[in-house]
Design a protein around this ligand. Structure first.
Ligand code: SAH
Length: 266
């Protein structure tokens, strides 16, 4: 006869059970999220209402794309930052994500994705289509993009952040899982291209040639780039077909301050 012991041994069945439950994780998460959204009043960060207030403040500025705001209303930004910073997650502020990097301000994310949505291809399609993101960071912007795109490939050069983003993105419900690559985003990702939309979250001296080559006709690229005495500005590049010939139209927008686009992987 076996003797029942209390407390029960940790060896008994707990680990295999957790493994068996893994495939249902997204389903479980969807249920949890639905419950959060259904909650009548939101005081905790888990509530969709806190996110809605952030989006309402952005909407009141009257300059952001409504589809981008709707996507941002679904992504729990506090789950992408250190718990000590979670209270600030719905302020319009950049936050440290470790490894000397930062998550962009919500208004900057909204502005850049709005510029991408205003490209001719995205206007016709009503979505960002196939997207390349350079600088996955903690994965927050990747999650917002995944809500607006047909497919997303996102590259990060720091393995620590690539791993962190992978975990963060597994925890939330997305229509389609992004393809996360640990690599040097300056060379793009030809195997996943060509891309209808390319967005960089780090600023370089120039637009790397691989990005231009991997931008599909009708596609648009948005990247912080050095612009002489103006410092770093947002550069928009449109791949247009003019009389059967490819042309790349470049326009410079406002001054910005992004972390540097570096070479190689760490
Ligand atoms: N979009 C991110 C913000 C990331 S900050 C978010 O939502 O969290 C910019 C990121 O670009 C940093 O993580 C940095 O490591 C990365 N980066 C810089 N140069 C890079 C390169 N050549 N290839 C890929 N990632 C790069």
């Amino acid at each position: 006869m076996s003797v029942k012991r209390f407390p029960a041994s940790l060896k008994s069945g707990i680990a295999p059970q957790r493994e068996l439950l893994m495939p249902q994780r997204h389903l479980h998460q969807a249920t949890v999220d639905a419950a959060r959204l259904a909650r009548p009043s939101g005081t905790g960060l888990d509530s969709g209402a806190v996110r809605q207030r952030m989006v309402s403040r952005l909407r009141a500025e009257g300059k952001f794309d409504e589809r981008v705001l709707a996507a941002m209303a679904t992504v729990p930004r506090h789950e992408f930052v250190d718990s000590a910073l979670a209270a600030q997650a719905y302020e319009d502020t950049a936050l440290p994500i470790g490894h000397g990097q930062t998550i962009s301000k919500p208004s900057v994310v909204a502005h850049m994705l709005g510029l991408l949505m205003a490209g001719s291809g995205a206007r016709q399609r009503g979505s960002l289509g196939r997207v390349l993101e350079i600088g996955t960071g903690c994965g927050y912007q990747a999650a917002v993009i995944a809500m607006l795109a047909r497919h997303l490939t996102s590259i990060e050069r720091l393995q620590g952040l690539h791993d962190k983003a992978k975990l963060n993105l597994q925890r939330i419900v997305l229509p389609r899982a992004p393809r996360l690559i640990w690599g040097d985003g300056r060379i793009g990702h030809a195997a996943s291209g060509p891309f209808d939309s390319i967005i960089a979250a780090a600023g370089g001296e120039d637009i790397p040639p691989a990005w231009t080559e991997q931008l599909a006709p009708g596609g648009r690229l948005v990247a912080p780039t050095a612009a002489g005495s103006r410092g770093q500005v947002l550069v928009v590049l449109d791949h247009v077909i003019d009389g059967g010939v490819s042309r790349w139209l470049r326009s410079e927008h406002e001054a910005v301050l992004f972390v540097p686009l570096k070479s190689g992987v760490v």
